[in-house]
Design a binder for this molecule. Structure first.
Ligand code: PLP
Length: 362
């Protein structure tokens, strides 16, 4: 049996007619940037979160970068981010001229917890970016308490956590800004690149919007040195259709995760754990295994595709060598042992059962 790491077959099959119709509508309307669809998507995505404002942008990296710029973060500043995250979290900080300062993850959630934050703090620290990595909310109580103590901005990197809930509230609504990616494989994915930020602060929203549109106050009146980073009409239109199903897609992932958690029994494989008072949306089902590479090859030999998130920690990346970053043992452990199992809307009972059986026989 062949089990892909991710597949859009069922998801896109179910909404094919609706998506085609939308494409026709946008095609015939001949309005492709900053029109009705992006306005409506922003309204609906803000409503979904109970946030006052949403601004569509070009991708998740820009969501983070433009947010940091809007908050005035730049040269001479430091921003605390998790050691264990996707490279984009760090790049966004670096692009502003600020310096990313890494903290070790909590070894239950693999996400930012309370520890390490105080040690990472200096007088230059301006903001902290908790990442809800793999789809599990970070320990927001600890992060918010730390940020309040030092009057730091909080930007949530929600690129893997669309729809996740922490203490009854959706992730993205705890800090000053929530940043999202709609890369196709994310829990809410476009048919191309896309991103958005949500915030309750009208002034921050206005500034992010301007920064993503050449820095224009209004057309051809340039207030800031901005970028071109907007969510286009087609992607917004497709996302509006998929947003209606997001909770259902996440519930499906949760059922798959439930089976993996109940049925995988092998002392060589460490299953993910969920912290208290939160729901995990399983963007990634991350297991740890000391023989990770052998496990990945074994699964591939039996037709099961997996991915490592992420095989090289940021502090060891060539592009970051000039920062001379210190070693992070937990982050290193995760990068050398993590393996992501097949997880997507539409994976069948048989496929999950096959993956479980292979893992138990490893
Ligand atoms: C995907 C991702 C991003 C970047 O989003 P893009 O749309 O690919 O630019 C940022 N942070 C995390 C944690 C991600 O997973």
């Amino acid at each position: 049996m062949n089990v892909p790491f991710v597949s859009f077959e069922k998801m896109h099959g179910e909404i094919r007619e609706e998506m085609y119709k939308k494409f026709q509508e946008v095609y015939e309307r001949n309005w492709f940037i900053q029109g009705d669809e992006s306005e409506l998507f922003e309204k609906e995505f803000a409503e979904y979160h109970g946030a006052a404002e949403c601004v569509g942008v070009g991708n998740g990296l820009d969501a983070l970068f433009l947010s940091l710029k809007a908050l005035g973060i730049g040269e001479g500043d430091e921003v605390i981010i998790p050691g264990n995250t996707f490279i984009a979290t760090a790049l966004a900080v670096t692009y502003t001229g600020a310096v990313p300062v890494f903290v070790e993850p909590d070894m239950v959630t693999y996400n930012m917890g309370g520890h390490g934050l105080e040690e990472a703090y200096t007088e230059k620290t301006k903001a902290v970016i908790p990442v809800h990595l793999y789809g599990q909310p970070a320990d927001m109580d600890a992060v918010l308490e730390f940020a309040a103590r030092h009057q730091l901005y909080v930007l949530e990197d929600c690129a893997q956590a669309h729809g996740a809930v922490y203490k009854g509230k959706r992730t993205g609504t705890f800090g000053d800004i929530g940043c999202f990616s709609f890369y196709p494989g994310k829990n809410l994915g476009a048919l191309g690149d896309g991103g958005a930020v949500i915030t309750d602060d009208l002034e921050i929203a206005r500034k992010v919007r301007a920064l993503g549109n050449y820095g224009f106050r209004k057309k051809y009146e340039c207030q800031y040195l901005g970028n071109n980073s907007r969510l286009d009409e087609l992607q917004a239109a497709f996302l509006r259709i998929k947003l209606k199903h997001l909770d259902r897609y996440n519930a499906y992932r949760n059922k798959v995760a439930g089976r993996y958690l109940r049925e995988i029994v092998n002392p060589k494989i460490i299953l993910p754990q969920i912290g208290p008072d939160r729901t995990h949306v399983w963007h990634i089902f991350a297991v740890l295994c000391e023989e990770r590479d052998r496990l990945q090859t074994y699964l591939a030999d039996h037709g099961v595709m997996t991915v490592c998130h992420y095989p090289i920690p940021i502090y060891e990346q060539e592009a970051y060598r000039s920062l001379a970053l210190t070693e992070l043992p937990f982050t290193k452990q995760i990068s050398s042992q993590e393996l992501s199992l097949p997880m997507y809307y539409g994976i069948t009972e048989e496929e999950v059962g096959y993956v479980v059986r292979l893992l138990n026989e490893f």
